[in-house]
Design a protein around this ligand. Structure first.
Ligand code: HEM
Length: 438
C-alpha cells in the first residue's frame, strides 16, 4: 500500500531537494505503485501560452488556484551544436521540441502530473545579431531594492517544473538529462524522444515547495527559530496564506499582446533568503498582519489565523492602498501588501502581476523562490519600487528601509533573473525576431 501520510509528503519534499537516483528510489518506495496520470497523445493540442497552468490546476474551496506542492527550477546554459556562445541549430530545436513533448506525453498537465514553462534570458538573446522587438520588454536583471545586492542570474534559460509528485520531477531530470543519451528509454511508460541534456547543461538546480503543513514540517533549517513557530496550517514559512485570486492577474492579462511573441509573457524570478527569528519573536499575530497586509486590516481583525477566512481576496481594497501614506503616518508602520498594491494596478484598476512564489530549504536555510509573470518586466520593477516604500521612508521618521517597512526586516534578496516565456510555438530556442524556428 502506498503511504499517503504526512511522512510521504516529507519524503517527496526531501528527495527533490537532494536529487539524483537514490532520491528517486526513496520516492518510489514512498508512493508504492500509485500511478501518475499520463499526458496527451498530441502535445500540439495544449494551450499556446506555456504559463497557462491555471485551468489545469486544482482550486481550493474559495476558488484560489492551488499550486503543485513541489517545484524544480533548472537554470540552464545552452550547450548544443552551435557552441556555448553560438546560435542554436535547427537540429538543437528539434531535440529540444522532442524533449519537451516527451514530458507532455508522459505526464498529465495537472497537480498530479507535471506543469512547466521554459523561459529565455536577455543573455540568451544577446548571441543573435537582431534585437528583440519593441513588443517585448526584457531588460537584463538588476538590483531593485536600496537594501540588497543580489547575484544576477544570467544563465540562458530557466525551466520550472511543478508537481505534487516530486518523483515525476526527478524522473524527468533522470531521463532527460541522462549522460551521453544512455538514460532510461521511457518516462512514465512513454518513449523518450529527445533529451534536454543534448542541448543544455544545468548551471544551477533549485527546489521549492508550498502547501499547508509542509513549511511546519520543514522548519528545522537556518532562518527559523528552533522552537518551531511555523503554524501547521500555514502554506508559507511566514505563517500566512498568499496568492488570493482577486489579488492575482489573470493569465490572459499578463500575456504579451503584440508582435511575434504574442501569447508569451515575461517572468521575473527572485530568490529571497528569509531570516524569521525576529519575525516570530518580536511580533504578535496582530503585528504580523500590520506588517504583511496593512495596519487597517490588523485593526479590523480581518485576518484570522493564517488567513484562510479571507476567501479569495486579501482585503487590500483601493481605499486601503490609496491611503497607505496616511495609514503609515497614523501607525508608524506600513504593510507589505498595501504598499506593493500601489504599483500593482493598471489604469483600469486591474492587477498587473501573477505571483507564484514557493518556499525552499535549499542550502539548509529558509528561502523563497519568487516568480512573477507580467506583460513587461518594467511592470514588475514598478511593483518592486512600490514595495520598496522609499517615499514612505522619506516622509516618516519612524520607518526605516528595513524597519517597520512591511517585511523588509526579514527578507534578503540573493538572486534576480528575467526571462521571456515564449508562446509554445516558439519555445524551442527562439530567435529575437521569432523567425526560423520550427
Ligand atoms: C517572504 C516573502 C513574501 C511573503 C511571505 C509575501 C506574502 C504576501 C502576502 C501574505 C500578501 C497578501 C496576500 C496576497 O495578495 O497574496 C502579499 C501580497 C503581495 N506581495 Fe508579497 N510576499 C513576499 C514577497 C514579495 C515580493 C518580493 C514581492 C515583489 C514585489 C511581493 C509582491 C506582492 C504583491 C504585488 C502583492 C499583492 C498586492 C495586491 O496587489 O493586492 N511580495 N504578499
Amino acid at each position: 500500500m502506498p503511504d499517503t501520510s504526512a511522512s510521504r509528503r516529507d519524503v517527496l519534499k526531501a528527495a527533490l531537494a537532494t536529487g539524483g537516483a537514490a532520491a528517486l528510489s526513496a520516492c518510489l518506495e514512498a508512493v508504492g505503485d500509485e500511478p501518475i496520470p499520463k499526458g496527451v497523445d498530441d502535445p500540439k493540442t495544449l494551450p499556446d501560452r506555456q504559463f497557462a497552468w491555471n485551468d489545469s490546476l486544482d482550486r481550493d474551496e474559495a476558488g484560489n488556484v492551488v499550486l503543485p506542492e513541489h517545484h524544480l527550477f533548472l537554470y540552464l546554459t545552452y550547450d548544443g551544436e552551435g557552441g556555448s556562445d553560438g546560435t542554436p541549430t535547427d537540429a538543437d530545436r528539434e531535440r529540444l521540441t522532442a524533449a519537451l513533448r516527451t514530458i507532455e506525453r508522459a505526464y498529465e498537465r495537472s497537480n498530479r502530473g507535471v506543469v512547466f514553462d521554459l523561459g529565455y534570458s536577455p543573455a540568451y538573446f544577446d548571441r543573435f545579431e537582431a534585437s528583440l522587438p519593441a513588443s517585448v520588454d526584457l531588460p537584463p536583471p538588476q538590483g531593485l531594492t536600496p537594501v540588497d545586492t543580489p547575484t544576477l542570474d544570467e544563465q540562458d534559460a530557466l525551466l520550472q517544473l511543478a508537481s505534487d509528485r516530486s518523483d515525476a520531477l526527478l524522473a524527468v531530470e533522470e531521463a532527460l538529462f541522462a549522460d551521453g543519451g544512455d538514460g532510461p528509454e521511457t518516462l512514465n511508460g512513454v518513449a523518450v524522444r529527445g533529451r534536454l541534456g543534448d542541448v543544455f547543461r544545468i548551471d544551477d538546480r533549485r527546489t521549492g515547495f508550498i502547501g499547508p503543513g509542509l513549511p511546519a514540517a520543514n522548519q528545522g533549517v537556518g532562518g527559523i527559530p528552533e522552537d518551531g513557530p511555523v503554524p501547521e496550517a500555514a502554506p508559507l514559512f511566514m505563517g500566512f496564506k498568499a496568492g488570493f485570486a482577486a489579488n492575482q492577474a489573470s493569465e490572459a492579462s499578463v500575456a504579451v499582446e503584440d508582435g511575434p511573441f504574442a501569447g508569451g509573457t515575461t517572468k521575473h524570478v527572485a530568490r529571497i533568503r528569509q531570516q524569521l527569528d525576529k519575525w516570530y519573536t518580536e511580533n504578535s499575530h496582530k503585528e504580523m498582519v500590520k506588517k504583511l497586509f496593512s495596519p487597517q486590516l490588523a485593526e479590523s481583525g480581518a485576518v484570522e489565523g493564517v488567513g484562510k477566512n479571507l476567501g479569495d481576496d486579501s482585503g487590500i481594497t483601493g481605499d486601503i492602498y490609496e491611503a497607505t501614506d496616511e495609514t503609515a503616518d497614523e501607525f508608524g508602520v506600513v504593510g507589505h501588501a498595501e504598499k506593493a498594491a500601489r504599483g500593482n494596478r493598471d489604469s483600469e484598476g486591474n492587477v498587473r502581476t501573477l505571483r507564484r512564489h514557493v518556499e525552499s530549504t535549499d542550502n539548509d536555510n529558509a528561502s523563497l523562490h519568487f516568480p512573477s509573470y507580467q506583460q513587461a518586466i518594467s511592470e514588475f520593477e514598478a511593483v518592486q519600487e512600490a514595495m520598496n516604500g522609499t517615499d514612505i521612508v522619506a516622509d516618516n521618521p519612524e520607518i526605516d528601509p528595513r524597519v517597520k517597512n512591511g517585511i523588509f526586516r526579514y527578507i534578503f534578496v540573493e538572486n534576480r533573473g528575467n526571462f521571456l516565456i515564449p508562446p509554445r510555438s516558439l519555445r524551442a530556442f527562439p530567435t529575437p525576431t521569432g523567425a526560423d524556428t520550427a
